[in-house]
Design a protein around this ligand. Structure first.
Ligand code: BTN
Length: 267
């Protein structure tokens, strides 16, 4: 185990940021997303961030488990209260995926929609949970949504630290760089990238969708998409986090909304 997570070490000298407005480092918790959601219900302001040395019930997308062995990885959750309409919420996932890939260095790419991979092996995953903004029928006022953006990043795991069934498809910063990494520095880098990309999501800056598209590296590649129980194979002609993915299928171009795509893989 390298140096323990330490809130003061992560935030020292950091200019005041929206993320993290406050950082709490726990020894162990079932899931940092749950710890953060509880604080959201208690009225914690945006930017509240929780990390933990170990999670005992970390979870990923589609109910999968996220493996967080003590002291080796990074499990972090950030509370967001974005004033974004429902059709722009995919920008939150994009901001997290881009920030995770940027934290992992220039060889990292995004594997659709929000894994960070190096050499096609998973190095980080993102899980965004929460509720969108609501409009009161009585007062007409809009209450911003509350979301928890969780990221798990494999920092100092060695091949033997991964479960057998995930080992071949996983990697870590230690495996890629050959030496253990300072988790406080990795966490600080992630939070700085996320703060910038989240600002872009809120302001509608096209730099964020552009970075997500470029890091996804799918344009021009052949993919197989499952949607509504059917499979489609074709070349990706365009990819946009808000508009969807366009495939050339036997001459015709068809667009798929990202939220309707059940599965996407290289074909
Ligand atoms: C995935 O790959 O499907 C997403 C994995 C997300 C894991 C992170 S670790 C921090 C936060 N707490 C959780 O329980 N899950 C997320």
């Amino acid at each position: 185990m390298t140096a323990p997570l330490d809130a003061a070490a992560v935030t020292r000298g950091l200019r005041p940021l929206r993320i993290p407005s406050r950082l709490v480092c726990l020894a162990q918790t079932p899931s940092t997303n749950d710890a953060c959601l509880e604080r959201a219900k208690a009225g914690e302001p945006e930017g509240f961030t929780v990390t933990a040395e170990a999670q005992t019930a970390g979870r990923g997308r589609f109910g999968r488990a996220w493996h967080s062995p003590p002291g080796l990885g990074l499990a972090v959750s950030v509370l967001l209260r974005p004033a974004l309409p429902a059709e722009r919420l995919s920008l939150l996932t994009a901001a997290a995926a881009v920030a995770a890939a940027e934290t992992c260095g220039p060889d990292a790419r995004i594997r659709w929609p929000n894994d960070a991979v190096v050499r096609d092996r998973k190095i980080a995953g993102v899980l965004v949970e929460g509720r969108p903004s609501t409009r009161s029928a009585r007062s007409g006022e809009t209450e911003p949504g509350a979301f928890v953006l969780g990221c798990g990043l494999n920092v100092n795991l060695r091949p033997g630290d991964f479960p057998d069934d995930l080992r071949a498809a996983s990697t870590s910063l230690l495996i890629e760089r050959g030496v253990p990494q300072d988790r406080n520095a990795v966490l600080r880098a992630f939070l700085e990238h996320l703060d910038r990309r989240y600002d872009e999501a809120l302001s509608g800056d096209p730099a964020l969708p552009r970075a997500w598209r470029d890091l996804s590296a799918l344009v021009g590649r052949r993919v197989a998409i499952s949607e509504g129980g059917r499979d489609y194979r074709g070349e990706v002609v365009d990819l946009d986090v808000l508009e969807g993915i366009s495939l050339r299928l036997d001459g015709a171009i068809r667009r798929f909304r990202l939220e309707h795509v059940e599965r996407l893989r290289l074909a």
